[in-house]
Design a protein around this ligand. Structure first.
Ligand SMILES: [Zn+2]
Ligand SMILES: [Zn+2]
Length: 304
């Protein structure tokens, strides 16, 4: 490994040279694993129908991620900030062509009420799709019709996750600082994962758009950076594989998934499956600082 990390390391770290501040994903295998996990979680879930729709959607993502032509590499910004934030019209035309393919693949697999939404989305003008896509990427979720958000994000995720690994290879990782938003594309994380490689208990935030992961020191708020008065919550015992870290300074919270204890977990799928934890934290006055791509339809439902 040629690059060392300038981001703060966890206290007591032994071998800082091995820490990767930024990890690229293999999108096809991320989607495959997510689809499998959704299938398992759908059994006996009160959200079974919704999880099954998500599973079919993610399975189509897996197929397209492995096969599709993604065109020429986007003209990404090499100067400063997150390189895949502002990509311009050519990226729009590529992700929108992925959207059309994704919708045609999904159409025969869904019931009539969802099929109506898909057909309506297929007929939207490119300018409209570009505007909605940009609004979603900038976090203005409520300005996009909730029924379309899930599918728009899925198509953009395919495009951004395809190019993120190539961009990461060319980024100077020494300039990657600990930050709340994805250093590659500027999107919110879904949740954080705790891994034991290259050393025990490292935390990475997982991007909701490009599936990259970036290191973030534990026991520091992933939203405001505060490192005192952090609380840990879980549904059952202290050994729980999914825990929430909440912050008394900004009243935000982030989920942590302990992948070493449950290697089949997937950030987006397991976040959906543990919404009980969210409602308990919401009742106590805390708000999520994360975005789940599979939950967009639900999150914006009220604002339509
Ligand atoms: Zn990203
Ligand atoms: Zn905070």
């Amino acid at each position: 490994m040629s690059h060392t990390a300038e981001i703060p390391l966890a206290p007591g770290s032994e071998s800082p040279l091995e820490l990767k501040p930024l990890k690229a994903a293999d999108p096809a295998s991320v989607y495959l694993r997510r689809a499998k996990r959704l299938e398992v979680l759908a059994k006996d879930s009160p959200l079974a129908d919704y999880l099954e729709l998500c599973r079919r959607l993610v399975a189509v993502q897996a197929k397209l991620a492995a096969k599709e032509d993604f065109g020429l590499p986007p003209a990404w910004d090499k100067s400063e900030g997150e390189p895949l934030t502002d990509l311009g019209p050519s990226a729009d035309s590529y992700w929108q062509s992925l959207l059309q393919q994704l919708l045609s693949e999904l159409l025969p697999q869904v019931d009539e009420s969802v099929a109506r939404v898909l057909r309506l989305l297929m007929q939207q003008a490119p300018e409209q799709l570009s505007a909605w896509g940009q609004a979603l990427r900038q976090g203005n979720l409520s300005t996009v019709p909730a029924r379309f958000s899930l599918f728009l994000w899925a198509a953009m995720g395919l495009y951004w996750s395809h190019w993120a690994p190539a961009v990461i290879q060319r980024m100077d990782q020494r300039r990657v600082e600990q930050q709340s938003l994805c250093p590659v594309c500027g999107s919110h994380p879904v949740a954080s994962v705790i891994v034991d490689e290259p050393r025990a208990g490292l935390r990475y935030l997982h991007c909701s758009l490009c599936e990259s992961e970036w290191h973030y020191i534990r026991a520091h708020c992933t939203c405001c950076g505060h490192d005192k008065e952090m609380n840990l919550w879980s549904l059952d015992d202290y050994q729980a594989n999914v825990r929430i870290e909440s912050c008394e300074a900004c009243h935000g919270y982030t989920k942590m998934m302990f992948l070493e204890k449950a290697p089949l977990m997937d950030v987006a799928a397991d976040d959906l499956a543990t919404l009980m934890l969210d409602s308990q934290l919401n009742e106590k006055g805390y708000g999520a600082t994360t975005v789940n791509p599979l939950l967009l339809a639900h999150e914006t439902e009220d604002s339509e």
